[in-house]
Design a protein around this ligand. Sequence first.
Ligand code: B12
Ligand code: SF4
Ligand code: SF4
Length: 392
Amino acid sequence: MNGTAARERIVELARAEGFALIGFAPAGEMPGPREAALAAFREGRLAEMAWMTPEWLVHATNPGAFLPGARTVIVLALPCHAPDPISPHPSSLTASRGRVARYARGRDYHRVFEKKLRRIARTLRDELGAAARATVDYGPLLERPLAVLAGAGWQGKSAMLLVPGFGPWVMLGAIATDLEVEPGASLRKSCGSCTRCLAACPTGALSPAGHVLDSRLCISYHTIENRGPIPHALRPKFGDWIFGCDECLDSCPVGAAQLESHPDFVASRFDDAFPPLAELLALDDEAFAERFRGRAIMRAKRDGLLRNVCVALGNVGTAPDFAALAAALDDHSPLVRGHAAWGLGRLAAREALEPEAAAALEARLAMEEDPFVRNELTTALGNLVATQRSEP
Ligand code: B12
Ligand code: SF4
Ligand code: SF4
């Protein structure tokens, strides 16, 4: 089959799967993105994402290593800019709520993509006799530089792929194939003088000139990928985010008017986007798995999500949340207990509940054996004393 006919068939298959954007990148090595990714590794900007080793990054910038004989990478995107779900009546909105990144409010996008991409790859193999291999996110291919090479968009100062009409609000997947398809023409666009995302990032994770992200400072990294404690200095900057962060996307003017999403990414309930925080602290492993089965939030695991909830309650919780945080001081996970101590101390200082918080923290300290948790309890108690002293 010639390149034009192959292209037409692929576009037809991808449209039938609902893809909003279909691009074709050459399958050669990507030395520029490889060097940038290796520099990110060398400088520690990939934090503790253990799978992103130099070897992985070299593979991920070489489609030929992903599929021997690859000539083209088909880049496919689904939009994920669903409007916020309509809030229930204010009288039922008394609880403090967290915030989930838009892409993670509906079904897990990995599963949504996997099914669609596999069906297309299978047809390419069965019908066209081509080699074809699909990947999404965790697979060894860096998707944003491929999308740029396919002419789908440009990488903005936020590091996001910006697509005309959609802005940063697309999720990506790819299929490498040995079919030869004419690549898309590169888009000659840039962010120009805009710097909105740089100002909007709460933690300064984006470099002053943009394009370079330090995962060690990124809320998305910590709430999704980090398996350990969240650094103290960052916690107050997390606001109500409990899974992912959309600040650099929300601030972007490109595609801002286009509120479009694949239906699977739309929150079915208000609570899927803005969950009541205190009730999440009551989830055990089983209840967590039951509540978040089939959703991207599973990635954080139960202890990671509850850690994030403790931080959010420390930032936005009110007096009625005190009991849930105090109970979390006895959680079976040291990670949760330690962050509950921090959250309780912050909430108490805001809500004038210092004596009650001090009593709860001291009671826990008397029986606590874990060094990390003891340190968190002692620090929280010390901060409470300091706030009480500074009061007139
Ligand atoms: C690891 C990872 C993360 C990490 C680290 C992100 C990072 N920037 O490194 C963390 C957990 C922090 C993360 C967060 C998010 N992620 Co993520 N992530 C990935 C993953 C697996 C690899 C990304 C990567 O290549 N990192 C390596 C670094 C070095 O690459 P980079 O940041 O793109 O760096 C490029 C630029 O720095 C550029 N560059 C360097 N210098 C310069 C200078 C100039 C002038 C220019 C123009 C460019 C440039 O070159 C580098 C290579 O191309 C991809 C999936 C995949 N397989 O590709 C998804 C992916 C990038 N993530 C995605 C999403 C949606 C997110 C979040 C929005 C999720 C959320 N709401 O919380 C945030 C956004 C954070 C952000 N501003 O980028 C989407 C992005 C879609 C899009 N439209 O861009 C992807 C493609 C997943 C998918 N399948 O859709 N992510
Ligand atoms: S995801 Fe949030 S913390 Fe990370 S770079 Fe964007 S705005 Fe900053
Ligand atoms: S907010 Fe402005 S600078 Fe940042 S990615 Fe969007 S257009 Fe580029």
